[in-house]
Design a protein around this ligand. Structure first.
Ligand SMILES: [Zn+2]
Length: 235
């Protein structure tokens, strides 16, 4: 099991921890600040340092055992061993862009109150797919309303509900393709004031203003009912 420090503090950029598993170029630590690929958000990159030498971590994935997180090294050639004390450092520039994009996806979803069928977050661009039905979407109108939400300087809060409470309120789950993990007893909920409230395991900003200016760059038809909304930073 890997302690997920990014769940308590998504802004922590370095961490001292210990190696708990080594398998060729994949390493597990007692704790990590690296977010693993999931929910449309890429796995984090960065470095692991031990005894003065530093190695690149090129990807982060969920591990083979429950609750483990696997960190992919650039090379299989290394001397890291179980028990080694190491320092992890995030590629913060990349991760912070993911946080800005991911948080903005919540805002975008709040403006289009239909089921979300898929999505992808990137450091430069992101997209969200909607089962739109007969609704119409307008690029310029969405861009204006999205930036208004960004500029509303709304604080994000981390909350939790029980599995049963979620079962009784299934409409809280916006993303049809990603169901929140059950079995732990509680579900992690993200509240953005009165804009959005849903289960989410991603990494978020603490305030919407940090997203900065954004623009809906394209709305694509993906079949009769589906629309793909593309988003970019506009700074
Ligand atoms: Zn989220």
């Amino acid at each position: 099991m890997t302690e997920k420090v990014f769940y308590q503090d998504s802004y922590q950029q370095t961490l001292n921890t210990t190696i708990t598993a080594v398998q060729a170029d994949r390493i597990e630590f007692a704790a990590t600040i690296f977010y693993p690929l999931g929910g449309g958000q890429p796995g984090d990159q960065g470095t692991v340092s031990c005894n003065g030498s530093s190695l690149n971590i090129v990807d982060t994935r969920k591990g083979e055992t429950a609750d483990a997180i696997s960190h992919q090294l650039e090379s299989e050639t290394h001397e890291l061993q179980i028990g080694d004390e190491v320092t992890l450092k995030l590629d913060w520039e990349r991760r912070y862009k993911h946080m800005r994009m991911h948080t903005c996806m919540h805002l975008l979803g709040s403006l289009i109150p239909v089921p979300v069928t898929g999505g992808s977050v990137g450091a430069e661009k992101s997209r969200l797919d909607f089962d739109i039905g007969d609704n119409q979407l307008d690029k310029e109108d969405l861009t204006i309303r999205l930036n208004e939400l960004v500029q509303s300087e709304t604080t994000l809060a981390l909350e939790s509900i029980t599995d049963e409470e979620l079962d009784q309120n299934p409409s809280l789950v916006r993303t049809m393709s990603v169901q929140p993990p059950r079995g732990a007893g509680t579900i992690r909920m993200i509240r953005i004031g009165d804009i959005d409230y849903q289960p989410c395991g991603g990494t978020h900003l603490s305030n919407t203003s940090e997203i900065g200016p954004v623009r809906v760059s394209k709305i694509e038809n993906k079949g009769k009912r589906n629309r793909r909304v593309h988003l970019v930073f506009d700074d």
